[in-house]
Design a protein around this ligand. Structure first.
Ligand code: HDD
Length: 682
């Protein structure tokens, strides 16, 4: 027995499949030791390669088959392990065992993703983000397969292929990659007006998160909780990031995609490696079954939210992401999610989008993972026992013993046997359904604009400005004048102010009619109201020879105390000398460090600030300033700021260093300073 301590039952299970090749002998897949791995077997040193070189053929064949089809959507993603802990018993509402006791822990695997881009695309396109969680519960796997936006583009699963065809690169030239800024997407939007609400989210700051650790997650659909007495409540799921919900700006996002296409992936990986474990609280909104028709929208409609001010979010547990994968392909690429993976106590609603998803996910795994046995892959295995009469198929790993693989039987005493509800057998909720078979949309699904306006009304001024700019960017890229016109006219139904701003930027007549009577807003929808902290924020410290060591070290210590991360950036790697003959280790140089990779800049300079440092640092600071980032300046660094800059909000300049550290941390915590007088990029 190994005395190794595994973090949880899933970690322990995965250990059986881990393999470390380090220090081992090279063999074929048959276990034969290999004597030569440089040269294929040839007829003479200068002769042709021989068929009988089985090692060459095996190696090449395996290599030729290394790739599997990427996901049709959500192809680019990053997965991490973690643990969920329940805050209290939810037995009143659900019999789900993993929510049944305060302190109960369940291993999880989370895969975050973008939606449109290919597997090799960049991390910060304007896009929704997938937020898929697999809970390895003692009653089987439960998958909460959500997004970072609480609504969706369409109301019925049958439209998903159309939507995806419209949003993906256009079929004639495979352009653009990971972008909605093209004709077919906007043509779809204008001609499928149920998309209005989701498009507002997709054009908002939510579509360009600062970090995967700083975005919300939503189950989107209405699900059901069912308790032991069989009583059902409707439920919506939320993930709330402890660090708050924050975004970058669009100019920054576009630059990031070039400067570091793996920006989000690396941010997540490093946070976990540094022990800054990302945390998300699980929230639920609950509506009793009797109140299904209480609202001015249909709770089955996936283009609608339940405003948090009307139906409060109850926080019922916390997820901590604390372990990176060992192998990206084996875990992140092969993980298979499905909204239909549920446990007793959690059930579906008749949301037609959810109903469509219940078919699609298993189907896609069959082609993606090559057969029906993907549940046996280590990352997908439940941590509880699983037995049934399913047999065979590509890649089968289980060696099922015995004669019997059918139900009912006598030869194996009719086992594997079914379970009663008391024993944990899943029973579908006994919802009464009575209706004609019909292909139609309920009238209660037809108000596409009220909640789009609710969203608009809930935005702060800078957020509204960003939405106007996003529409303007995207529609400028649309070549069809007709499509541009249709979109502007459509969004006049959401807000005349918005539609007028877009039409002005597009150089077309403002819409003739439109406007909304909705005056309601939901403060919970504005990111400005989410928690703001300096924790894990990255600060670039720009330093030159002869810097004031003692004072700078004081600032760095203060930042560290506030849980911020600092990188010392100078002209060259190695060490930079201070005014008193001391030294500081340099983390990065102007050759590879860019302001877009940081949340804030602290510019110090030094006695020997030369023209090269000055030029590089000025560019760095100007760019950070134009992205509304906190800027700190002391010593020679002060001279790199213009007078206008020094007077702006979020710019902390100090002569005497008295309150500098404290003030800078405060500016850092604020994330961005939108009320800068002196405007630059978007
Ligand atoms: Fe989906 C993947 C989320 C609608 C069909 N979807 C996928 C993933 C996420 C979502 C997070 C990636 C899972 C992973 O990391 O492996 N999808 C959503 C949300 C939706 C949604 C929140 C609306 C509320 N999806 C949706 C519909 C359909 C699909 C309506 C089809 C009827 N989704 C798929 C899929 C994918 C997928 C084609 C591609 C790869 C996969 O399933 O495993 O089956």
């Amino acid at each position: 027995m190994s005395d190794h301590h595994y973090s949880n039952s899933k970690d322990e299970q995965l250990e059986q499949f881990r393999s470390d090749d380090k220090g081992k002998k090279l063999t074929t897949n048959q276990g034969l030791r290999v004597s030569e791995d440089e040269f294929s077997l040839k007829a003479g040193e200068r002769g042709p390669t021989l068929m009988e070189d089985f090692h060459f053929r095996e190696k090449m064949t395996h290599f030729d088959h290394e790739r599997i089809p990427e996901r049709i959507v959500h192809a680019r993603g990053v997965g991490v392990h973690g643990e969920f802990e329940a805050y209290e018993s939810m037995e009143e509402y659900t019999k789900a065992d993993f929510l049944s006791k305060k302190g109960k822990k369940t291993p999880v695997f989370v895969r975050f993703s973008t939606v449109q881009g290919s597997r090799g695309s960049a991390d910060v396109p304007r896009d929704a983000r997938g937020f898929a969680t697999k809970f390895y519960t003692e009653e089987g796997n439960y998958d909460l397969v959500g997004n970072n936006m609480p609504v969706f583009f369409i109301q019925d699963g049958i439209k998903f292929p159309d939507f995806v065809h419209a949003v993906k690169p256009e079929p004639h030239n495979d352009v653009p990659q990971a972008a909605t800024a093209h004709d077919t997407f906007w043509d779809f939007v204008a001609n499928n007006q149920e998309s209005a609400h989701m498009v507002m989210w997709a054009m908002s700051d939510r579509a360009i998160p600062r970090s995967l650790r700083m975005m919300e997650g939503f189950g989107v659909h209405t699900f059901r909780f069912v308790n032991a007495e069989g009583k059902s409540h409707f439920v919506k799921f939320h993930w709330k990031p402890v660090l708050g919900t924050h975004s970058v700006v669009w100019d920054e996002a576009q630059k990031l995609n070039g400067k570091n296409p793996d920006f989000h992936r690396v941010d997540l990986y490093e946070a976990i490696e540094n022990g800054d474990y990302p945390e998300f609280e699980l929230g639920v909104q609950i509506i009793p079954e009797e109140e299904e028709f209480r609202f001015d929208f249909d709770i089955l409609d996936p283009t609608k939210i339940w405003p948090e001010e009307d139906v409060p979010v109850k926080l019922i547990g916390k997820m901590t992401l604390n372990r990176n994968v060992d192998n990206f392909f084996a875990e992140t690429e092969q993980v298979a999610f499905h909204p239909g993976h549920v446990v007793p106590g959690i059930d579906f609603s008749n949301d037609p989008l959810l109903q469509g998803r219940l078919f699609s996910y298993t189907d896609t795994q069959l082609i993606r993972l090559g057969g029906p046995n993907f549940h046996e892959l280590p990352i997908n295995r439940p941590v509880c026992p699983f037995h049934n009469n399913q047999r065979d198929g590509y890649g089968r790993q289980t060696i099922n013993k015995g004669q019997v693989s059918y139900h009912k039987n006598s030869l194996a005493d009719n086992t594997p046997e079914t379970s009663t509800p008391e024993e944990g057998g899943y029973v579908h909720y006994h919802e009464k359904v009575d209706g004609r078979k019909i292909q139609a949309r309920s009238d209660s699904f037809k108000d596409h604009f009220s909640q789009a306006t609710l969203f608009w009304n809930s935005m702060s001024d800078p957020e509204k400005e960003h939405i106007k700019q996003a529409f303007s960017f995207e529609l400028t890229k649309v070549e069809s004048e007709s499509v541009r016109r249709q979109v502007v006219d459509m969004f006049a139904n959401v807000s005349m102010e918005l539609a007028q701003a877009i039409s002005a930027n597009l150089g077309i007549e403002p819409p003739e009619q439109g406007g909304s009577t909705v005056t309601k807003s939901s403060p919970a929808l504005s990111q400005e109201n989410s928690p703001k902290k300096p924790d894990t924020r990255k600060v670039a410290v720009l330093i030159a020879e002869g810097f004031a060591k003692k004072e700078v070290e004081g600032v760095l210590e203060g930042l560290e105390k506030a849980d911020a991360d600092t990188d010392v950036i100078a002209k060259t790697l190695g060490k930079v000398k201070s005014d008193d003959g001391g030294e500081l280790e340099v983390d990065d140089t102007f050759y590879s460090a860019e302001s877009v990779l940081y949340d804030a800049v602290y510019v110090v300079g030094g006695k020997n600030t030369d023209s090269k440092f000055r030029k590089e640092a000025e560019y760095f600071v100007n760019e950070a300033y134009s992205h509304y980032k906190p800027i700190g300046a002391t010593h020679e660094g002060k001279d790199l700021l213009t007078v206008d800059m020094k007077e702006s909000s979020g710019v902390v300049v100090s002569e005497d260093m008295k309150n500098f550290g404290k003030d800078f941390v405060k500016a850092l915590a604020a994330h961005r300073h939108w009320d800068r007088k002196f405007y630059s990029f978007n």
